[in-house]
Design a protein around this ligand. Structure first.
Ligand code: PLP
Length: 379
């Protein structure tokens, strides 16, 4: 069906310019979640080496047996401070954070209301819990309201949404969601994997961007994208909730502690972002450059003001052929088609990073224009 996935092998560090195994040097990379370019930032790498030297390769233990070091506690405190929440808990990944939260928090007396396009890890986390499940149409507030009305019969309601959706680069209407949550007595959970570090005036995320930091109760996010890109995830929110997760959340209780080098990377990334938002601003300017030049060239770019810039092509074969051709032109991008996105909505997803130069962006637009003409995506 054309859905078998193969992996390209990178023979250099993650960054705007890559060397692929078996040749392919000087490729410009537009498909990593390295939004702020911190994955290979010299200070981030140095912090990882120092943590490795001082705290060792790993803990050989889960957190509650003998796997908690001072750096884990420091990072949790820093994450909570960054998000202006009371406390935070670390996981090996955000997939784990999402897998662990719903089951720990919700009982069969409760309800969870989830956007139909939420990330797979939220869907799986919800599957693991015994709460009553409601799925509302993507960002459809009328449908959410109808489902909230229906869910009034349950003890507790939790609305769960991605802050920014990774396939479309669109942003959840959090103001409206929080208003409805208040009206129907629900809690709000957001997954901020594609927002933490760069959305909002200080990069705190979608809740900061939309002015609802005090209304969103629970934030899950990753350390594996903008925040250094190594690995790791977390939940941040009210202290009693975090205390409960430490007691009950299965991926936390039954999986090894984050390795010190990984903790070192994330901790340094947060320091850099709390010192200045210049990196995030530079990424925003480059996103704007790409979006406006591509639109002027005749392409349709989904989403708004987000570094995820899906170039909408419609046809699956066109998306894969064009992505292949782009690589021949030195631009690494990936085509997405069904079942990852709906049928007839195939696209090439471009992701902008703060470390792309203006020339990188312009070369990408040029290559798209040429490939688009060659393959009939542009007239
Ligand atoms: N949530 C969203 C929205 C994501 O895009 C991802 C990663 O693809 C995850 C969760 C999982 O994050 P991690 O890579 O830390 O497991």
């Amino acid at each position: 069906a054309g859905t078998w996935k193969s992996e390209r092998v990178i023979a250099s560090r993650q960054g705007p310019h890559l060397r692929l195994a078996g040749g392919g040097a000087g490729i410009i990379n537009f498909c990593a979640n390295n939004y702020l370019g911190l994955s290979s930032h010299p200070e981030v790498i140095r912090a990882a080496v120092e943590a490795l030297e001082k705290f060792g390769a790993g803990l050989s233990s889960v957190r509650f047996i003998c796997g908690t070091q001072s750096i884990h506690k420091d990072l949790e405190e820093k994450i909570a401070r960054f998000h202006q929440r009371e406390d935070a808990i670390l996981y090996a990944s955000c997939f784990d954070a999402n897998a662990g939260i719903f089951e720990a928090l919700l009982t069969p007396e409760d309800a969870v209301l989830s956007d139909e396009l939420n990330h797979a890890s939220i869907i799986d986390g919800i599957r693991l819990c015994k709460a009553n499940k409601y799925r509302y149409k993507h960002m459809d507030m009328q449908d959410l309201e109808a489902k909230l009305k229906e869910a009034q019969k349950h003890r507790l309601r939790l609305v769960a949404t991605d802050g920014a959706f990774s396939m479309d680069g669109d942003i959840a209407p959090l103001r409206e969601i929080c208003q409805l949550a208040q009206k129907y007595d629900a809690l709000v959970f957001i997954d901020e994997c594609h927002a933490t570090g760069f959305l909002g005036p200080n990069g705190r995320g979608t809740d900061e961007l939309l002015g609802v930091m005090d209304k969103v109760t629970i934030v899950n996010s990753t350390l594996g994208k903008a925040l250094g890109g190594a690995a790791g995830g977390y939940t941040t929110g009210p202290k009693p909730l975090i205390d409960l997760l430490r007691q009950r959340s299965r991926p936390y209780l039954f999986s090894n502690s984050l390795p010190p080098a990984v903790v070192g990377c994330a901790s340094k990334a947060l320091d850099l972002l709390m010192e200045s938002n210049a990196i995030a601003q530079s990424m925003a300017a480059k996103t704007q450059r790409f979006r406006s030049k591509m639109t002027a060239a005749g392409f349709t770019i989904s989403g708004k003001d987000h570094p995820i810039c899906p170039v909408m092509l419609g046809d699956a074969r066109l998306a894969s052929v064009m992505a292949e051709d782009m690589l021949n032109r030195g631009i690494y991008v990936i085509g997405f088609s069904y079942p990852v996105v709906p049928k007839g909505k195939a696209r090439i997803r471009v992701q902008i990073s703060a470390v792309h130069s203006d020339e990188d962006i312009d070369r990408c637009v040029e290559a798209f224009t040429e490939a688009g003409r060659t393959h009939g995506a542009l007239s």
